[in-house]
Design a protein around this ligand. Sequence first.
Ligand SMILES: C[S@@+](CC[C@H](N)C(=O)[O-])C[C@H]1O[C@@H](n2cnc3c(N)ncnc32)[C@H](O)[C@@H]1O
Length: 201
Amino acid sequence: MGKPRKNRKKEHYYREAKKHGYRARSAYKLKQMIRKYRLLVGVDKVVELCSSPGGWTQVLHEMDESLEIVAIDLVPMSPIEGVKFVQGDITSEDTIDEVVRIVGGSADLVLSDCSPKVSGHWELDVARQLELAQCTLKLGCRILGPNGKVVTKVFQGPGFQEFLQSVRERFSSVRLVKPDASRRTSAEIYLLAIGPKERTD
Ligand SMILES: C[S@@+](CC[C@H](N)C(=O)[O-])C[C@H]1O[C@@H](n2cnc3c(N)ncnc32)[C@H](O)[C@@H]1O
């Protein structure tokens, strides 16, 4: 009997990542979103939350070597040329203040592929993931200009619709994005929000 389709896809991107030297197969999710939504057009400065082990950061650096990238994660990340890395918790104000200071108070794109450590309790994991997505959007409203963009992972579960509604109130354009490299059956989806309506501290 053949492998289930979802595993075949996962293995396909896993093999591709190994072959091309990416640290995580999730690199392909960002590649696909960058190409489809022209995410790097007009972008000089990027803040990448929850970046380790660095697959997304590799893609950013490879697609535009001139990008100024600040990456943050709870756990260490092996260096990538030209990338500033902050080890810290994105739910902590001190960490966010440090990031804001490093980028000089502004950026063009905020990315977040955050996943909490899974507890095995679906509702708790969804709530923790939503908290990380909220922190991402909050940072976006603090440092992005009127054409700035945020891409954040979200789990579709309890609280998701309310979260989506709150983002729609704060950003001019909001869309949900499911890159091909993300398994159809997975609850994860990415939210692309463009143009914060108001800059907040
Ligand atoms: C799916 S991985 C990111 C993979 C990354 N996009 C890549 O391509 O290599 C999720 C990351 O979220 C980080 N994370 C989870 N909670 C965090 C928090 N509160 N603050 C900072 N990083 C966090 C984890 O340490 C983990 O490295």
